[in-house]
Ligand binder design. Structure first.
Ligand SMILES: O=C(O)CCC(=O)C(=O)O
Length: 255
């Protein structure tokens, strides 16, 4: 799979792996948890980006289980390099006839004019079947100007709709322009997006500040590193010495 995936990413900027997650119960659990959280949102969280649930990681244990599927991170490392960091981990619940910012032609995260495959990588996990009628994502294939923002007309002419069954995963470079369609079906379309960037790009949220200490300390070492907890800079002199003590006085780092 990896060889084909790398080839498609290289040539077109994206690759769909049908039923990458073949355990239907797991995919259903992800979808159910996402909807439960979505329905409990209020205030700014409910109104600022309708249809988007941000910062999934500690909202339900199933989202940590998903992050512990290292196959996804390995693929991101193959494409971007070893020094990757999770930039964002969000969910989408696209309700019938709803309007969302994702319907505009866009790129996620810190993708900028110069950010092609070297900088970032995105994974979109379908929790329901993606079909034209429910507004499946459209992506603009790579061409020689693919980092430039396309006009509406260019996007309409040159983009492709990505359809696939629940459990499928769309892998794409962060530099690829894309947009959701409108959901004309009678059921919500749900998905999860993981965006990775190189370690020197700041994430959508400071995971270190946002997560609870108990949650952080129970995380496996590689997941800590993936979300940037390794870079936990002491906030003050007191914390610096406390960290040094915690290391059992095994030496003052950079001391
Ligand atoms: O799945 C979709 O509808 C599009 C998702 C999207 O545009 C995004 O996550 O940036």
């Amino acid at each position: 799979m990896l060889k084909g995936l790398k080839h498609s990413i290289e040539a077109e900027g994206f690759h769909l792996e049908e039923r990458f997650f073949s355990d239907d119960t797991f995919v259903d659990n992800l979808g159910d948890s996402l909807v439960r959280i979505f329905e409990s949102l209020d205030g700014l969280e409910a109104s600022c980006y309708p249809g988007t649930v941000h910062f999934l990681l500690d909202r339900d244990p199933v989202f940590l289980t998903l992050l512990e599927d290292r196959r996804m991170h390995e693929i991101a490392r193959e494409v971007v390099g070893n020094d990757i960091r999770l930039h964002s981990y969000n969910g989408l619940v696209v309700e019938p006839d709803s309007l969302m910012v994702q319907q505009e032609i866009h790129r996620d995260g810190k993708a900028c004019r110069d950010c092609g495959r070297l900088e970032g990588f995105q994974i979109l996990i379908f929790l329901d079947d993606y079909i034209k009628d429910n507004g499946a994502i459209r992506v603009l294939k790579k061409n020689k100007n693919y980092l430039e923002e396309p006009t509406l007309e260019e996007f309409e002419n040159d983009s492709v709709v990505i359809e696939g069954p629940a459990g499928s995963v769309l892998f794409f470079e962060a530099g690829i322009w894309h947009a959701s369609g409108q959901n004309f079906s009678e059921k919500a379309r749900r998905s999860i997006t993981l965006v990775y960037f190189k370690g020197n790009v700041s994430p959508q949220i400071d995971f270190c500040e946002a997560l609870d200490d108990d949650f952080k300390s129970a995380l496996p070492a590689d997941i800590k590193s993936l979300i940037g907890l390794d870079n936990n800079v002491p906030k003050n002199v007191g914390e610096f010495y406390l960290n040094a003590k915690k290391k059992d006085m095994g030496g003052y780092e950079n001391g």
